[in-house]
Design a protein around this ligand. Structure first.
Ligand SMILES: Nc1ncnc2c1ncn2[C@@H]1O[C@H](COP(=O)(O)OP(=O)(O)OP(=O)(O)O)[C@@H](O)[C@H]1O
Ligand SMILES: O=C(O)c1ccc[n+]([C@@H]2O[C@H](COP(=O)([O-])O)[C@@H](O)[C@H]2O)c1
Length: 248
């Protein structure tokens, strides 16, 4: 069972219940948003903070889009929900992203909050390979939501991990990237603003572009020049912009 709300220094006030939704979000899609919304409702969370990864070390086999792009995509996707926010803690921390660091940062930032770390069943299946896994359980309660194609498991840790069934969303970031590259629509798989940001910055047209390996700050993003994407009907410069350039 998840930890129960307890009194804070103000005995009349219940502790803040904070969801932490970590992900690479390359790009963020409606599967992520539904997961966060469902857990927020079920666990009466006051807020869900989306935390884009800096360097997702278990995705090192592929090029991951620059963190600043993934951060802005996440801000755009969550902007309309007053209970959703986005944190830079993982993208501003140097080196590989480990959830133990994420949760330690949140414990420091919100010392009185109850933390609920939200994952899909596929991520939860890998948790035993995460850094410092034995310490994770003391830092947050884990909520593992169902995901089509993956089995849910709690490793017998029924006190520390809640399994939760959510509406099946057969959407993945991999599929969204491949659809963009194949000139297929991603409308309604991702929020409208995300479709437009992808087109504006010409993301995912070349899956080897927008890499972060040599530049984790994303300041020197270089995308390959390619013909305009079908979603992007406005003629644009063929030189892709970094997010910083775009906001100048
Ligand atoms: N469709 C979905 N339903 C439920 N949970 C999901 C879904 N998609 C992603 N998640 C969960 O959201 C978190 C972040 O996922 P991530 O950003 O890696 O997306 P992804 O779609 O799995 O990406 P990729 O296809 O690039 O591996 C993980 O805990 C993952 O399990
Ligand atoms: O701590 C780790 O070693 C670790 C290893 C892999 C993934 N994670 C976290 O799991 C979350 C989902 O990651 P991903 O790679 O599926 O997008 C995200 O918050 C990652 O930082 C954490």
């Amino acid at each position: 069972m998840p930890p129960q709300s307890a009194a804070t220094s103000d005995p009349g006030r219940r502790r803040m219940r904070l969801g932490v939704m970590g992900g690479t979000f390359d790009p963020i899609h409606h599967g992520h948003l539904v997961a966060a919304s469902e857990v927020a409702s079920e666990f009466q969370l006051d807020e869900v903070v989306f935390v884009p990864t800096g360097q997702p070390w278990q995705k090192a086999e592929r090029d991951v889009t620059a963190p600043e792009h993934r951060y802005l995509l996440t801000v755009i996707a969550t902007a309309a929900n007053p209970r959703f926010t986005v944190s830079r803690v993982d993208i501003d921390r140097a080196g590989p992203t480990y959830t133990i660091d994420t949760l330690r940062d949140f414990r420091r930032l919100y010392p009185e909050a109850e933390l609920f770390f939200i994952t899909g069943a596929d991520a939860m299946a890998q948790i035993m390979s995460w850094k410092g896994v034995d310490e994770l359980w003391e830092l947050a309660h884990f909520v593992s939501v169902t995901r089509p194609g993956y089995d849910s498991q709690d490793f017998g840790r029924t006190e520390e991990i809640s399994l939760m069934e959510i509406p099946a969303m057969a959407i993945s970031s991999t599929d969204c990237r491949e659809r963009v590259r194949g000139n297929k629509p991603v409308w309604y798989l991702v929020p409208d603003g995300v479709v437009q940001y992808i087109a504006k910055h010409r993301l995912y047209q070349d899956l080897s572009a927008a890499r972060e390996a040599s530049d984790p700050t994303g300041e020197a993003v270089r995308l390959e020049a390619e013909p305009p994407h079908s979603m992007d009907e406005t003629p644009r410069s063929r030189t892709a912009q970094s997010p910083q350039e775009a906001t100048r």
